[in-house]
Design a protein around this ligand. Sequence first.
Ligand code: PEP
Ligand code: MG
Length: 574
Amino acid sequence: MVQKQTRITGIAISPGIGYGKACIWGTAPAVKRRKIRVGQVSSELKRLEKAVDMSLKQIFDIRDKVSDKIGEKEADIFGAHAMLLRDPVLMAQVEKTIVEQRINAEAAIEEVIDESVKVYATTNEMYLKERIQDFRDVGRRLVDNLAGFNQECLLADESDIIVIAAEITPSQLMEADHSKIKGFVTEMGGETSHVAILARSLGIPLVSGISNVLNRIKAGLPLLVNGFNGTILRQPSNNEIKAEKKEFPRIVISESEIEKLNKLPVETADGHPVTLMANVRSQTDIMFAKKFQSAGIGLYRTELAFNNKNSFPSEEYQFNTYKEVVQQIAPHPVTIRTLDLGGDKFSPYYPYLKKRELNPYLGMRAIRISLARPDILRDQLRAIVRASAHGQVKLLLPMISGVEEIRRIKRMLYRIMRNFQKEGIPFDPDLRIGAMIEIPSAVIVISSILKEVDFISVGTNDLIQYTLAVDRSNETVSQYYEPMHPAVLHLLKQIAAAANREKKEASICGEMAADVRYTKLLIGLGYNVLSMSSLFIPQIKRVVRTITQDSARELAYKALNLWEIKKIKKLIHL
Ligand code: PEP
Ligand code: MG
């Protein structure tokens, strides 16, 4: 008998242990056209009928929920879906295609839907064009139901869910009901993708890099996700769950230890202070930032703060959001980063790109979008400058490649400040400006950048990606994404040394800052300000308190003299 493989190994992306029922999220794989025999036609028609019934039931359930929770108008959308499924002409066409062409139901649905969409695509009437979306949605639902995919588990009553998906986008993750989700398992997604960052900040375990995941896990299957060692366990017994939880809690810090740590200063064993700050993007993160006593916000990812909006947030809306954060975190600073859209971050309100780029990380991203859309940039800068009247605000610019981008932003910023002065709008005239150092070109010209700004913050996620030419969210090349590459270490050293010469603050806000394995090395390289998802602050603090500065410097010195990743890893016990 073949032993069923119960444990599947992937890559650990977000720590934690989660247990729940598998919920297949997303869509079935692309439809395959299959010829059927004459004798199979009637069973294919039955499959279609079953899928239509199931789809109708799902749609009515959603419609009722939406009408209860949101409103009748919104619920109508699903009424329209139900009408399509009950449209005798449309369904007759699908049946006719199955019978006459002798093909499988999925392929027949796809063909008929494509034809209908083509008709609507040629019309100039907006309301008819909108029907295309309904056709696609209904078609997809039918195909998913034929394939046994269940997309409704997030709306169902199930309370503990493990989301299984080929890929999750940051906006999908944001839209989900986080109280139900106990874990994520995906096929794609690297260690430093934005989804990984979000999952970590929500404290939800995530395991990625499981090939063909949609075909290996069925909806409803009980699953344990271990985000520490990157494995998932199918149908675990109670004993297995207990054993797994027992083996791994040592990595997580208990509430009582957090309380104890909170009372102690963040300093090395020989008394050198270290500043641990928080990376945030939401109210939940702010709550954690306070709970774990962060020394302020080192990175406020504004592009994610407004992800639930359909249109670009107005200056007033942004101002109120920033002001609230600044007031909550006072007297500590809040480092607000201008929009870093593009790459793997797309939002409903993201108006710039109409078509997907082949290399989005090398495309229209972050500061490039802000510079191309001065209207959006102006709103954001005005909101940030206004918020500076209510606490300590620092302005951070992402994806800076050299001084010119900084100067262009500063020109607009100073114009805004001059106008505010004239109009009597309050703001902090000493608002500090910083640059993210995450493109190798910025390191090459670091001295000139340091003359333009008050501080710098190193985005190691992107710095590694751009230095080693490894897409940070592509798991196929994840073995090449190596923070311990000597080139990365030398760049980090170069940045810290230049900042030290100019007497300007250099912090790290990429994921390396949140990883206890790198803490000593980073301190040794000259970084004493680290910003991370708040959940990691206690662990990093615990490690910082065991390190002496001399031993950290010695470790960095040794590492900088090694030219093989393997040897560097051995040196730092990886
Ligand atoms: C980074 O690149 O390290 C960073 C902190 O920015 P983001 O992850 O948002 O690109
Ligand atoms: Mg970055």
